[in-house]
Ligand binder design. Structure first.
Ligand SMILES: Cc1ncc(COP(=O)(O)O)c(C=O)c1O
Length: 384
């Protein structure tokens, strides 16, 4: 198997998370809503503990955590839920480099009559809080700004954006799916009213996530996407995925324990990768912010090579291409385009995502392998 360097797409479930989950598939299989017997109360207790663990990582009260099926659902719930609770024709602000699970619901809402402003990003993929302030107007119902970008790792000044929104009494949603477990996310310091999370990006299982919904005054007006049994404070009906939620909780507990040291170690590996490319290759460019970035992210354009040939040549490592997003319909990266990266370079870019299980040997292999393939392709194109 190739060396896995695609930790922004997903992460391997930590073995300690697997161990925590296993009993909840068989002997502790109860429904967390069936609390009239011990099967149910056992499951409800495990969910409550997971809620505390997740909230603990965010410095949030446990009751603010609403379980969902993952980041996509959390983003949909935030945008569609708040707009459904607002006056018809209300105004929504999102940023140009957001994940598709924010941009696509925003565009759907616009087709249904909501007013939409897409705020641009700078050449690093960062949003200027002033552009958000300029876009806010009477009738703005929500601003959505991601914390860390999934392609280039750039970290947005969300606390400043949230302060701007608060000054105008506009709620703010933050997609923190790529940020939690990688950098410190404190709901008080961040000041966002709604925060999307997903377990599979921090060594937890796929198919579970959460939306943090701030408590207190003024209350957040949000309508559910799913009606049914009234679970999760009536915001998300459906039987809770107890084993996955237990895994999500354990992943957050572990992240809280190791975050700062792990971030430093992964950052060192990422720098080793970049330094190695710089030593071996000319004509390369870093995409994303030079310092305000996730520790594990390295997005690089390789001038003079065809992106598809580059991806096809890389048999020894698993990475993502800048030309095709991870969705079902591949297209040039809207993030790199929004940053002003020319299409030829954006197509010839790779996203490396380093994570908990990577070693210096993985990085050294990647440097050699990528340098060799890039040099070969460049030679080939210069002789043709
Ligand atoms: C920034 C960001 N938001 C949302 C999502 C969607 O999360 P999920 O895969 O849990 O639906 C992802 C996943 O790629 C992401 O990177």
């Amino acid at each position: 198997m190739p060396v896995y360097l695609d930790n922004h797409a997903t992460t391997r479930v930590d073995p300690r998370v697997v161990t925590a989950m296993l009993p909840y598939f068989d002997e502790l299989f109860g429904n967390a809503a069936s609390i009239n017997h011990s099967y149910g109360t056992e499951a409800a207790g495990a969910v409550a503990e997971a809620r505390r663990q997740i909230a603990g990582l965010l410095n949030a009260p446990p009751e603010t955590i609403v379980f969902t099926s993952g980041g996509t659902e959390s983003n949909n719930l935030a945008l569609k839920g708040v707009l459904a609770g607002a006056r018809p024709g209300s105004h929504l602000i999102v940023c140009a480099a957001e994940h598709r699970s924010v941009l696509d619901p925003a565009r759907r809402l616009a087709r249904r009559g909501c007013e939409l402003t897409i705020v641009p990003v700078d050449r690093y993929g960062q949003v200027d809080p002033q552009s958000v302030a300029d876009a806010i107007r009477p009738g703005t119902a929500l601003v959505s700004a991601m914390l860390a970008n999934n392609e280039v790792g750039t970290i947005n000044p969300v606390a400043e954006i949230a302060a701007v929104c608060r000054a105008h009494n506009v709620p703010v949603h933050c997609d923190a799916v790529q940020a939690i477990g990688k950098i410190s996310v404190d709901v008080v310091a961040l000041g966002a009213d709604l925060i999307s999370l997903s377990a599979h990006k921090l060594y937890g299982p796929k198919g579970t996530g959460a939306l943090y919904v701030r408590d207190g005054d003024p209350p957040i007006r949000i309508e559910p996407l799913l009606d049914g049994g009234g679970h999760e404070r009536r915001l998300r009906s459906g039987t809770l995925a107890v084993p996955l939620i237990v895994g999500f909780g354990e992943a957050c507990r572990l992240a809280r324990e190791v975050l700062s040291q792990e971030a430093a170690e992964i950052g060192t590996l990422r720098d080793r990768l970049w330094d190695g490319f710089c030593e071996r290759l000319s004509g390369i460019a870093l995409n994303g912010h030079p310092t305000d970035r996730l520790p594990g992210n390295l997005n690089v354009s390789f001038a003079g090579v065809d992106g598809e040939q580059l991806m096809n040549g890389l048999s020894q490592i698993a990475v993502s291409s800048g030309s095709a997003c991870t969705s079902a319909d591949p297209e040039p990266s809207h993030v790199l385009r929004a940053m002003g990266v020319p299409e030829s370079l954006s197509k010839a870019s790779l996203r490396f995502g380093l994570g908990r299980f990577n070693t210096a040997a993985d990085v050294d292999l990647a440097i050699e392998h990528v340098a060799e393939v890039v040099e070969r392709l460049r030679q080939h194109s210069s002789t043709h």
